[in-house]
Design a protein around this ligand. Structure first.
Ligand code: BGC
Length: 257
């Protein structure tokens, strides 16, 4: 079965139909640059462009880098503030024309559900925390495979600072930090999250999961196992498609019941 997944990021908006039997993209993904400022209208137009590139007409799952409840975006740390309170699902569905059903969820939650099903968290019970280290820090928390949505652990306070301003990849780049220096910050951040949640497993996602050898061996003193994400750049797209399938299955059930 295939469903369209789109990942909205601070720099790019990318998507593809996802083969949900394999948990992988069914076709090469299409990517457009995120407009600046990343307003709801501008971004919605880009999402529509990505979806149209595949002549898609069916359910669409979309990730957003902020809190999302019932299709409404509630925060926008690295996006235009006009997203706060916007009915993103309705806006995107309108923009796609024909009222295609759209499911919107947090980007890290999407990456997390994809990793738990097809990647590094497959078959793992207990408490699992996926952290995406990128422009910001996103989190997805699972207990025995069940997601607690919108956890926002990237905004925990670390030494008086918003954690993502210290330990994200953007912080590494902006501060021109060495891998050692940055890994030390990530270690402090993980220790803080571990103190609060005592997870069994940390999965580290985001672009840096492609170079785990650069920083994971430098992290010490964390009790939990730490592994890199497996689906890399496509976890968000795959998770978005999974969410859209779950939503349409739920609607069909409600319709039948
Ligand atoms: C946002 C999260 C998002 C993360 C990664 C944070 O700034 O608050 O919702 O998951 O960035 O994009």
């Amino acid at each position: 079965m295939q469903i369209m997944g789109v990942d909205i990021g601070g720099s790019g908006i990318k998507g593809a139909p996802v083969d949900l039997d394999r948990g992988d993209l069914a076709q090469e993904r299409h990517k457009v640059l995120t407009p600046q400022p990343a307003t709801p209208e501008g971004v919605a137009g880009c999402v529509a462009e990505v979806v149209r590139a595949f002549s898609w007409s069916g359910p669409v799952g979309v990730t957003f880098p902020g809190v999302v409840t019932s299709g409404v975006t509630r925060s926008a740390a690295n996006m235009d503030k006009a997203w706060v309170g916007a009915d993103a699902a309705a806006l995107l569905s309108r923009e796609l024309g024909g009222g295609l059903p759209v499911t919107v969820l947090n980007d890290a939650d999407a990456a997390g559900v994809a990793e738990m099903t097809y990647g590094a968290g497959r078959g793992r019970g207990g408490t699992v925390i996926l952290l995406t280290l990128g422009t910001g820090i996103g989190s997805a928390v699972f207990t025995d495979g069940r997601l607690v949505p919108n956890t926002e652990l990237g905004h925990l306070e670390l030494k008086g600072h918003d954690a993502e301003t210290r330990a994200s990849v953007r912080a590494k780049e902006d501060g021109d930090l060495t891998w050692e220096h940055w890994a030390h910050r990530v270690q402090r951040y993980l220790a803080h999250v571990e103190m609060l949640f005592s997870p069994d497993l940390f999965i580290i996602g985001g672009g840096v999961s492609r170079k785990p050898e650069k920083f994971l061996p430098l992290i010490e003193g964390i009790r939990a196992e730490i592994v890199p994400a497996k689906l890399r750049n496509n976890a968000g797209i795959v998770g978005a498609a999974m969410a859209a399938r779950a939503a349409s299955a739920g609607k069909n059930q409600a319709g039948n019941g």
